[in-house]
Design a protein around this ligand. Sequence first.
Ligand code: COA
Length: 540
Amino acid sequence: MQPIRSVIDVGSETFLSNDKAYRDLVSTLNERMQWAIDGGPGRERSIERHLGRGKVMVRKRIDMVIDVDSPFVEFSTLSGWGQYDNTVPGAGIVTGIGLVHGVPYVFIANDATVKGGSLVPMAIKKHVRAQDIAAENGLGVIYLVDSGGAFLPLQDEIFPDKDHFGGSFYRQARLSAQGLPQLSVVLGGCTAGGAYVPALSDEVIMVEGIGRIFLGGPPIVKAALGEIISPDELGGAEVHTTTSGVSDYRVGSEEEAYGLLRDICLATNQRKITDRQPWADWDEPEPPLYKPEELYGIVSADDRVPFDAVEIVARLVDGSRFRSFKPEWGSSIVCGFARIWGHLTGIIANNGIIFSDSALKATHFIELCEQRRIPLIFLQNTSGYMVGSDSEAAGIAKHGAKMVAAVANATVPKYTVLIGGSYGAGNYGMCGRGFNPRFLYAWPNSRIATMAAATAETVLTDIRLGGLKGDDTTEEEIAAIRAEIRHQYETQSDPYHATSRLWDDGLIDPIQTRDVLGLSLALAARQDEPAAGPGLVYRM
Ligand code: COA
């Protein structure tokens, strides 16, 4: 494979002004991430109280479990951003992947400094999403439990429905049955529903003095039975390890707990991150020829100005080597083969609107990768499929549908990164959330909506005015309608709006993309070959 020859002039005015604008986006992202880690109303007091009880902060806990040289890829750090009056940073829960003795595990850890670690709707969604990641990537789960259970004021949004609290226990039982270890350390109260997280685990450690498990806490016991009892006598580490058997081990400190947990992980018989299976094509990795930092200068500061997907690929893949498939046909989609951290992948990237020929080219390429068992990476930057009489006459509806069907039916691991616009059915054909990519990340310049704000403003204003036929709507009223629609679309297509609702697995700095994708591909390579799907769908 030949290296891409970049034509970017890193000294040009455009490059430098894009670079400056992008660095501002990254610094906003970092500030907001930091806010999720230690900000929020009244958080200082909660953190002080937490530390005053001798407890360790949630991310430090994870650090104490994972290998010294392990990365920790955290998911959806900004979930809950702007929701719940911005009072629940990170949705009060930390999830991600880290290595223990070289074996990747999913971590689900409550942050007791946010609403007592109780679970708001976005926290449940994050918990369940982390379990789904575990299921699909064949990973055990480590639960660091310190939670007030369901966030009671919003109980109707977290308790009864599919994928609510019950769905998390359903998944825990199923994961365990699949041989994926479910391990818990109890570091706080596990009340009512919360008690099932440790109780459903394969092995449980309780920390004396802070860990407690009970279906009903002391106030409920008093109200129901008139029994007056302390929390430790009712459900502390000693009761559950020496009397009830709910817990398997008790330890005197968090430090001891994490040492013991690492010891438990030595006897779980799981594949290491380096245990690549024969189906996965891997070669010695080489860094890209061009610096990933140059991505900042390539992405246009003005989201209406396109940028060349090939230049992005050149800064993500090994040796910047890329073999473009059908390079002279369907040019608004770039398809081709490359390696990322040594793993052979098929890359599909947009260069603008998707036309019939580009949709057919992508469909053909998806099927090639499916046939050859090569994982697929989608880099989304499109305003969607082409509209208009020429396109309709050329069959864009059917050609787009073929691409959508090929994505849906591809069984090889799929990964998506939103590097720009993700609009309309382009989101679907390019493996949006509804198409179950194993991971979906977004850059802080990305936008996601049915259509761009400028288009929506015109379309929806026309629709609204159509409904007011004969009405003498004034120019001012029309301007107000336009402004309202534009505001709605701009707000809702903002990447922070999206990540807050877990439409992605997190916003990432573009320079992290290569590493995050490399780890994702390594997770798949240690699994058995994906089972073949329902068959090829390419037909005219
Ligand atoms: N729903 C809503 N809010 C909750 C909550 C829950 N299940 N659990 C805790 N909180 C809130 C508290 O109201 C408090 O909010 P504030 O900071 O705005 O005052 C904050 O979380 C911290 O709780 P607090 O009780 O002060 O902390 P603690 O460390 O002393 O105790 C718990 C933590 C979890 C042991 C205790 O809050 C508790 O028992 N909660 C209720 C558990 C329960 O019955 N859950 C039912 C699940 S189905």
